[in-house]
Design a protein around this ligand. Structure first.
Ligand SMILES: C[S@@+](CC[C@H](N)C(=O)[O-])C[C@H]1O[C@@H](n2cnc3c(N)ncnc32)[C@H](O)[C@@H]1O
Length: 280
């Protein structure tokens, strides 16, 4: 039985009836030092620090690129220090055979890649998520940005990690799965509980969790937002703890968990996630 020893001392913002979905409210730099539980897998979608008052096009309308005060552009040194601090704390929360997935764009991915090496992680893959329906480029001075990178790394260079190679092959028409995944950007049905400005699609998180964990595994998302990681984890019988500094996003997370406890909603989630459809 997995005992979350010192995590019990932190009052959760929300804990589901099935005990497989826990949300903690606060700053990771304070919360992560308050418990010593070790996870099987971490997914992190940290702030990209791209909110620089620029403009983009969303649903055909000119919109600000700003996401929120947590994402304000603060310069390379700040981004690097922020990433070093949370990566150090997270490494300590990982089992020796655990892996971590970190998503990013040109704004932060080079900093993350360098720090993973500096902190003795072993980089396994850099998955490119190719968005099948990207927003157009507003300035017409660059190629349309249509990808995000997700770095997959393991904690310990000497300890083997888990990879569900056969399942990934099965999902991919019995061909080896490549590190380029063509999956659509977030769909409307995924926003039924409200909007998070950088919500990840469930199709990405489901594939990540299927590839790198077994049933019953404990998954941590330190920047949980709307808890796409938690919803995907629970849909495929993994257990989840998510942290966010903004209560507004934890409310969206809680609503999404309550939705999947309800059969018609659960079926809609399962029917719309590419890899779950293919596995039926
Ligand atoms: C890029 S978003 C994650 C979105 C998430 N992947 C989803 O699917 O909804 C980053 C999140 O980190 C949270 N955040 C930023 N700084 C934080 C901190 N120091 N501690 C905890 N959460 C933080 C923000 O509130 C935001 O929701």
């Amino acid at each position: 039985m997995v005992r979350i020893t010192r995590i019990k001392m932190i009052k959760p913002y929300f804990k589901s009836k099935d005990k497989a979905f826990t949300l903690l409210h606060g700053d990771i730099f304070e919360l992560l030092t308050q418990f010593d539980f070790k996870f099987d897998m971490v997914f992190a979608d940290p702030p990209y620090f791209l909110s620089n008052d620029g403009l983009t096009i969303k649903n055909g309308k000119i919109t600000s690129v700003n996401k929120g005060k947590w994402d304000k552009s603060k310069g390379f040194d700040y981004i690097n220090n922020f990433n070093r601090r949370w990566l150090k704390l997270i490494r300590d929360k990982m089992k020796e055979d655990a892996t971590i997935w970190i998503s990013g764009t040109i704004h932060n991915i080079f900093s993350i890649g360098q720090l993973l090496t500096e902190l003795d992680f072993k980089i396994l893959n850099i998955v490119t998520w190719e968005k099948t329906n990207p927003p157009p480029n507003f300035s017409c001075r660059y190629f349309t940005h249509s990808t995000e990178q997700i770095i997959w790394a393991r904690k310990n260079a000497k300890v083997p990690h888990y990879f569900n190679y056969e399942l990934m092959k099965e999902i991919n028409n019995n061909k080896q799965m490549k590190d380029v995944w063509a999956l659509p950007a977030i769909a409307k049905w995924e926003k039924s509980c409200g909007k998070h400005p950088t919500q990840k699609p469930l199709s990405i998180l489901t594939r990540i969790i299927l590839a790198s964990t077994k049933k019953g595994a404990w998954v941590l998302d330190p920047f949980t937002g709307s808890s796409t990681t938690g919803i995907a984890s629970n849909l495929i019988k993994r257990k989840f703890i998510g942290i966010d500094i903004e209560k507004e996003y934890l409310e969206i997370s809680k609503c999404r968990k309550l939705e999947i406890e309800n059969t018609p909603f659960l079926d809609r989630y399962r029917d719309n996630i590419q890899d779950l459809k293919n596995l039926r």
